[in-house]
Design a protein around this ligand. Structure first.
Ligand code: R5P
Length: 295
């Protein structure tokens, strides 16, 4: 097996290759003077089991195009199998037509990845599992929540509560909490355009306890900030935020800090200064399982 690391996931790809004890390839990637991308994979991939690892965080379009070109460059060499690991799948939140006339972005993105040659796809904590049905090749969704939970083991938290800011995130809260034998719960969220409303219909028992708000994505930080305000009002001692995909757009960090969040812990599906947890073990395990499940 050989793992090809795109520029958005080079370090992660290298870690995956190390976990799998296989070869790592660093492709040549450059831009032509007019801005078009050029990729070349120098290793001989013919007859190999090839895994292309390339996340698609901002700049999404550029990273997506690089992923497609890396798949095409691999395919041209006649690999035995070709798999794509896309830790953060761009456009995953436009998985439905919310208003007449919109593009169904995720459907097109899925089709492009497939068309470029991916015979199987692995993603990490996709926004909605059902949306993976836009792929017609096998696709696997692995969760980073246990790894995030493990990170908090060493932090000496006081009677911690893992909190999903909406009902959907309760599964992540539960998987992370399990790593510490801790409690978990969730809030409710509604997007009443243009306002985001996070509420709790029940009493949160967090007085003098530490809390970790955990979600799949932190983008504007609005969801986490609203959840943190509820925790503060309920008497929480220390508040942390954790997520799989630290998109952290605009003033997300300032917003969360102002709401009482002490630290933000993300994974390296998006590589930045908040990617403190590597998803390499979970991805490697997913790849090791061989023929992938349908989500
Ligand atoms: C939405 O349902 C997701 O799970 C996240 O809660 C959301 O994408 C976070 O976005 P933001 O940080 O902009 O509130």
């Amino acid at each position: 097996m050989i793992v090809v690391g795109g520029s958005a996931s080079r370090r992660l790809a290298w870690e995956i290759a190390r976990e799998l004890n296989c070869r790592f390839s660093q492709p040549e990637i450059k831009s032509f003077p007019d801005g078009e991308l050029y990729v070349r994979i120098p290793e001989d991939l013919s007859g190999e089991e090839v895994v292309v690892v390339q996340s698609t965080p901002p700049p999404q379009n550029e990273n997506l195009m690089q992923l497609l070109l890396l798949l095409e460059a691999s395919l041209e060499q006649g690999p035995r199998t070709l798999r794509a690991v896309v830790p953060y799948l761009a456009y995953a939140r436009q998985d439905k037509i919310f208003k007449k006339g919109e593009a169904l972005s995720l459907k097109l993105v899925s089709q492009l990845i497939e068309k470029a040659g991916a015979e199987e796809v692995l993603v990490v904590d996709i926004h909605e599992r059902e949306s993976l049905s836009y792929f017609s090749v096998p696709v696997k969704n692995v969760s980073a929540a246990p790894l995030l939970g493990r990170y908090f083991r060493g932090m000496n938290l006081k009677d911690p509560l893992f909190l999903g800011p909406d009902e959907k995130a309760v599964q992540q809260a539960s998987l992370a909490a399990r790593e510490l034998g801790a409690a978990f719960d969730s809030l409710e969220k509604e997007r009443l355009s243009p306002e985001l409303v996070v509420t709790s219909s029940k009493e949160l028992r967090v007085r003098d306890r530490d809390a970790v708000i955990i979600d799949d994505i932190i983008s504007t930080g609005g969801t986490i900030a609203e959840a943190a305000k509820i925790l503060k009002r309920s008497g929480a001692r220390r508040i942390f935020a954790a997520c799989t995909h630290p998109v952290l757009s605009g003033n997300a960090l300032e917003k969360m800090k102002a709401a009482g969040v002490e630290a933000v812990v993300g994974t390296n599906t998006i590589e930045n200064s908040h990617s403190l947890v590597s998803v390499a073990p979970a991805v490697a395990e997913g790849l090791r399982q061989g023929s992938l499940d349908f989500y």
